[in-house]
Design a protein around this ligand. Structure first.
Ligand code: AP5
Ligand code: ZN
Length: 215
């Protein structure tokens, strides 16, 4: 199965991706996690993207499309994959169509902006795996430590309120039009299947809705 998870920054894409990927045994492809790993490792790519990521802007389409094509050529993607945070612009979605990469399901997780701003200040992440926690809503077993490895959790550079608001603005102008893009594609080709779930409630409640929507 090939899935695209759409949703604003902080809508819970990374949180739900973990459950979906386990359930359907497909790899999670998060362009944000891939870019953050490059920044952390200090690679050329990382140096190139750090500033724009910290400011809440988008990395160039060409760079992202190259990264994705390289990633889905790997063996583990033969059985399918889940895109988390990609595509994020119309040109990125068009690149998939042009490359003949068909998607089965586009799932949007919808959350209001003010709820998102409130959520982001409590987010903590495990940089090694991309596992996501929240100090109140989804706390780790031991405060500040990853459940699986016991390693330290960190706060993301781009989770300051002003940057979150900039990311939301970028989402509304550049990424939200993808909903219309995929609804039209679905009407024309019968694929992908588009569905939307409200992303407010407990993590478990949303997982149940997400799994139901994916069949
Ligand atoms: P990326 O890493 O993709 O960030 P994002 O889309 O802004 O999304 P987030 O990771 O912030 O949120 P999420 O939806 O995964 O929510 P999460 O599950 O963590 O991108 C980062 C940057 O990289 C971009 O700004 C851009 O610069 C660049 N980039 C990446 N991809 C790109 C692309 N394709 N093109 C161009 N540039 C690109 O949850 C958030 C918090 O809420 C957590 O603390 C979580 O525990 C908590 N939470 C989750 N569910 C619930 C719930 N039901 N109730 C309460 N709290 C909850
Ligand atoms: Zn994420």
């Amino acid at each position: 199965m090939r899935v695209i998870l759409l949703g604003a920054p902080g809508a819970g894409k990374g949180t739900q991706a973990q459950f979906i990927c386990q359930r359907f045994d497909i790899p999670q492809i998060s362009t944000g996690d891939m870019l953050r790993a490059a920044v952390k490792a200090g690679t050329e790519l990382g140096k190139q993207v750090k500033e724009v990521m910290d400011s809440g802007g988008l990395v160039s389409d060409d760079l992202i499309i190259g990264l994705i094509k390289e990633r889905i050529a790997q063996d583990d993607c033969a059985k399918g994959f889940l895109f988390d945070g990609f595509p994020r612009t119309i040109p990125q979605a068009e690149a998939l169509v042009e490359a003949g990469i068909e998607i089965d399901n586009v799932l949007e997780i919808a959350v209001e902006d003010e709820e998102i701003v409130a959520r982001m200040s409590g987010r903590r992440v495990h940089p090694g795996s991309g596992r996501v926690y929240h100090v109140q809503h989804n706390p780790p077993k031991v405060a500040g430590k990853d459940d699986v490895t016991g390693e330290d959790l960190i706060q993301r550079e781009d989770d300051q309120e002003a940057t979150v608001r900039k990311r939301l603005e970028v989402y509304h102008t550049q990424t939200k039009p993808l909903v219309d893009f995929y609804q039209k594609l679905s009407a024309a080709q019968g694929k992908p299947n588009y569905s939307m779930v409200e992303g407010v409630g407990s993590v478990e409640q949303i997982t149940a809705k997400v799994i139901a929507a994916l069949g």
